[in-house]
Design a protein around this ligand. Sequence first.
Ligand code: 8YV
Length: 327
Amino acid sequence: MSRKHILVARRTPAEVIEKLSAHFEVDAVEGDEVLAPAALRERLRGKAGAYIFGSERITAELLDACPDLRVVSTMSVGYNHIDVAACTARGVLVTNTPDVLTETTADLGFALLMAAARRMGEGERLLRAGGWQRWSWDFMAGADVHGSTLGILGMGRIGQAIARRGRFGFGMRVVYHNRSRLPAQVETELAARYLSKDELLAVADHLVLVLPYSAESHHCIAAPELARMKRTATLVNIARGGIVDEDALAAALREGRLGAAGLDVFEGEPQVNPALLTLSNVVLTPHVGSATIPTRLAMAGLAADNLVAALTGATPPTPLNPEVLPL
Ligand code: 8YV
């Protein structure tokens, strides 16, 4: 039987290419550039599998142009770049990489919370620029993290991992809002209290956004929501940039209507809204939530396992639309 052809859309660890090559003819993109839609469509023609990352968009149009495609495996937990409904309608399996990045991403979320609340970016820039000349009682004073109220919007796996850090590491009161409420036993374990979104916005000293991006969550933190938050509050976004109206956020931070922000994701990334770049009370990182070598290797390995299983008739570990199986 002839071997199936797959595309690996960006540079990935050699051991992953090796694992895939044991089963398939692999066309691997070597650079770090993201293939433009037309180039992606061309490279995917005749391929049964697509191994993609967070930025290649899989649309209905692309699926129609690539009728041989059976599986889309993304090396990310988020899948807002893939039209899953269009894949399901055409019997194309979609898989992602949940769980393996939960703790690493929660670490980054907490780091951003602390860096923003305690003005670490601002302090470091001031020190390097020779601006540390004197001491005063309120010099670089920030907001306390320990003992404060931690709000979490989106209480999935990563939200719960952040809740554990806050509750057990920093003695924080944990409040959350989610599409569905957690089982009572999990709420008890995390000592997490469910609130409406408006209540959550009003009581949080620090609010972390960890919800999936969709048409529903687009700009769900905009001027009205920011106006409900405490003037001293910290906002952290480790989910997707489009969840926050960045112009409204920049205005609130500039005008002292919000304390600080820590952002790992941006609506137009890798471009960053220039209004954010001018503010001292925002800490910015380049979408590195899952960026540790062990976690990235685990994600890459899981994405490969999904692709191999799906195209060899086995059960893929983490399918998003298992209803299309068997292929
Ligand atoms: C990825 C992410 O690094 O998993 C996700 O959803 O946002 C990040 O962990 C990025 O999507 C590239 O694969």
